[in-house]
Each structure stands twice: as structure tokens, then as C-alpha cells.
Ligand binder design. Structure first.
Ligand code: ADP
Ligand code: 3PG
Ligand code: MG
Length: 393
């Protein structure tokens, strides 16, 4: 992967610099920031701009408010944490491209910051509407792409704006590309992808390019259930994403043709009634009232065996509903085992990194990416629209 043009090559003193960041962070029920990794990782670029005397305007989305203003998705808690980390108050312009934003930018001092409200409050962001992109671009003289986690989205702020301004990559984007590039072509084999999580329908189509690229694909979490169901497993009252039968069958055929070993759970941990203690049962036959939420001990052992034989491991998605202590053991044990395996292990995904840290097993990874879907696509060699929009160095 070619290096991207760095923002340190741009002259920024006294100029308005639009920085696209991915501050789509996990939040607590009261909205406060539950994990600030994505903010902390952008700080070196922001501090550099501050020291260089730039007038920095920050752009981000948060959640999926679908083009409508929704107080649940305000960036206010994010700006609060950012101000503390930067050591200077960062005002929030609540109208994105309206008069408050324009006035806020005009008031900016050299070395100062302004953040615009959630870009996805405006329908033009996800639609990559040219008029909206032009309005955003008018707020700046230079564009810096720092939102690695959003590079797989072709939106106004990730594609429309960099096409309208001199565009550069920030330190985080450069670091992620450098760290993950070895997985695109030069991954040491055997190479295993360990996948779980909850965004099942979202992710299944994103896994196709792993076939042939990895030696083993280990499936845990909710993403394993449609595979088990396709084999005729009786999973009781477990929530299985519907309508994926055909996609699973095609995926299986493709895996066979590509020579990639698909490993699905043989046992699961379930609750018989809501709140009951976790029980272990075979993955092909659970009691009628069972709801499965984790992989069982035999599956953990099998995953461990494959991982011990692998030199490269890419992990995205908790292997069970790990926020609940009854269903955290699968993820914890598999990752704890990985910690003693030599090799290059990558953790990708907002929830994955947070869960690994909470379970005390983040040390199993040589690299933790801020990208979830973006990292998943990048390591499979897919061109990311937000990256393609930045000129090479
Ligand atoms: P990431 O943000 O790392 O890309 P996802 O958003 O796809 O990962 O999924 C994260 C969530 O999936 C976690 O909060 C995890 O607890 C949950 N999860 C995994 N398996 C299950 C399951 N069987 N049922 C409910 N949630 C699950
Ligand atoms: C992520 O968390 O993966 C990115 O911020 C992108 O969010 P999205 O899946 O809502 O586009
Ligand atoms: Mg997530």
C-alpha cells in the first residue's frame, strides 16, 4: 500500500484546517464516553496542528441518526472529553454548515479548535450530496483525513470534501495503514481470522475476501448462529439473524473452493430462562427455551488449537455477549490463550478493543486498530473510498 501524503507537508499556520475524525465512540446509557481510544489516538495530529498555529475544524459522526437531528447522538459528551484531553475548551457548532458554524470558524484563533455537530444529523452526509460537501469544504482551506474507522464509507466528509480541497492524511491514518498493510499481501501463514460480534447481516458480505486469503476462519458470537441454523441445528429461543440461509450456503461453497477451513462452534453456553445461570449444551440441539450467548468449552479448545498453529491472527467481534459475565468466558479464554502464542495478532473494532481491555486480555495483541468494518475491509485488500480520496505521497 502506497504511503499517503502527510499533512505535515502542508502549510497550516493561520489557515483553516478541516480534520475528519472518527469520534464514533462507545457511550454509557447517560451518553458519557465509555471508551476514549478513538479520541486519544487522534491527539498527536491535533496537538501538531495546535503547535503549528492552524485553525482546526473537527468533523465526525456519532451513531446512526439517519439524517435527522436527534439529541441522543449529540457530540457534546465527546467534545467534553476532547476538551479535557487537549487542555483547552473546544466549542461545538450545533448547526454543522449554518451561521453558527460559519461564525465559529471566523472566530477561530491560531492554534484553536472548533467541532461541528454530528455530520449525520444532515441527510447530505451519508448521501454524499455535492451541495452539502461544497458547504463543508467552504469552511476550510486544507483537509486532513484522520478517521481511519470511517474510510470504508463514501460520504460527503470522507470523499466529497477531500475532492474539493488539498487533502492529506493525519498521523493515525498513516499509522493504521502502515501497521495493517503487512496483512494485505505479506501475512505470515498459517493465518487465522477470528470473527464474532453482533452486526451479522452487515458483516457476512464483508467476509468473502478472507476466503483463500486466510487458512482458517473461526466463527463465534452471533455471526456463528446462521451457520449452525443452516446445518439444521435446533437453537431453542436463540435469536438467529433471519434470511441468511442462502448467503451462508454460498459462503460455504466459496470457502471449500478457496481451501479455507471454516470452524463453527460445536457447543454453546445458554440461559434456560432470562437471568438464569449459563449452561453448556451441544450446538446442534439446545432446549426449547434456551438462548445461546457464548461458545462452549469444547469450541474454545478447538479455536485455541487452531490459533496456536497460526502465525498471524486477525480478530474482530467478541465471541459471545461478553458484557454479561455469564457469557464472557469464551472470549476471555480464547484471547488469554492467544497471549502466549508468538506471532502478529491484530484486534480490530470498537467493541472488540473495549471488551479485550475489560477482560484484561488486550495484551494478546501486537496491534489494536481503531477501525472495525474499515479494518475488516482494508486487510482483505478492498479499496477504501476515503483512502482513495487522498493523494499518494
Ligand atoms: P465491533 O464493534 O468490535 O466491530 P460488533 O459491533 O460487531 O463488534 O459486536 C459487538 C457486540 O457483539 C459486543 O458488544 C458483544 O458483546 C456482542 N455479541 C457477541 N455475540 C453475541 C451474542 N451471541 N448475542 C448478543 N451479543 C453478542
Ligand atoms: C465504526 O464504528 O465502524 C465507524 O465509525 C463507522 O460507523 P458506521 O458503521 O455507522 O458507518
Ligand atoms: Mg460495534
Amino acid at each position: 500500500m502506497a504511503e499517503k501524503r502527510s499533512f505535515t507537508d502542508a502549510s497550516v499556520k493561520g489557515r483553516r484546517v478541516l480534520v475528519r475524525v472518527d469520534f464514533n465512540v462507545p457511550q454509557r446509557p447517560d451518553g458519557s464516553v465509555a471508551d476514549d481510544r478513538r479520541i486519544v489516538e487522534a491527539l498527536p495530529t491535533l496537538k501538531h496542528l495546535e503547535a503549528a498555529g492552524a485553525k482546526t475544524v473537527l468533523l465526525s459522526h456519532l451513531g446512526r441518526p439517519d439524517g435527522k437531528r436527534d439529541p441522543k447522538y449529540t457530540l457534546r459528551p465527546v467534545v467534553h472529553r476532547l476538551s479535557a484531553l487537549l487542555g483547552q475548551p473546544v466549542p461545538l457548532a450545533d448547526d454543522i454548515v449554518g451561521i453558527h458554524a460559519i461564525e465559529g470558524v471566523t472566530r477561530l484563533q491560531n492554534g484553536g479548535f472548533l467541532m461541528l455537530e454530528n455530520l449525520r444529523f444532515h441527510p447530505g452526509e451519508e448521501a454524499n450530496d455535492p451541495a452539502f460537501a461544497a458547504q463543508l469544504a467552504r469552511l476550510g482551506d486544507v483537509f486532513v483525513e484522520e478517521a481511519f474507522g470511517t474510510l470504508h464509507r463514501a460520504h460527503a466528509s470522507t470523499v466529497g470534501v477531500p475532492h474539493r480541497l488539498p487533502a492529506y492524511a493525519g498521523f493515525l491514518v498513516q499509522k493504521e495503514v502502515r501497521a495493517l498493510s503487512p496483512l494485505v499481501h505479506g501475512a505470515e501463514r498459517p493465518y487465522a481470522a477470528l470473527l464474532g460480534g453482533a452486526k451479522v447481516a452487515d458483516k457476512l458480505p464483508l467476509l468473502a475476501s478472507f476466503l483463500g486469503r486466510v487458512d482458517s476462519l473461526l466463527l463465534g458470537g452471533a455471526i456463528a448462529f446462521p451457520f449452525l441454523a443452516a446445518d439444521g441445528a435446533q437453537l431453542g429461543a436463540t435469536q438467529v439473524e433471519p434470511g441468511l440461509g442462502e448467503a451462508v450456503a454460498e459462503f460455504r461453497t466459496a470457502a471449500l473452493a478457496a481451501g479455507t477451513d471454516l470452524v463453527v462452534p460445536t457447543d454453546l453456553v445458554f440461559e434456560r430462562t432470562e437471568g438464569a445461570e449459563g449452561e453448556v449444551g451441544p450446538a446442534n440441539l439446545l432446549p426449547d427455551t434456551a438462548r445461546a450467548y457464548d461458545i462452549g468449552p469444547a469450541t474454545r479448545a478447538r479455536f485455541g488449537e487452531v490459533l496456536r498453529g497460526s502465525k498471524t491472527v486477525f480478530w474482530n467481534g467478541p465471541l459471545g455477549f461478553a458484557e454479561d459475565p455469564r457469557f464472557a468466558a469464551g472470549t476471555r479464554e480464547v484471547l488469554a490463550g492467544l497471549a502466549s502464542v508468538p506471532g502478529f495478532h491484530v484486534c480490530a473494532g470498537g467493541d472488540s478493543a473495549r471488551v479485550a481491555e475489560a477482560l484484561g486480555v488486550v495484551g494478546a495483541f501486537q496491534y489494536v486498530s481503531t477501525g472495525g468494518g474499515a479494518a475488516l475491509e482494508f486487510v482483505q485488500g478492498t479499496e477504501l473510498p476515503g483512502l482513495a480520496a487522498i493523494p499518494d505521497a
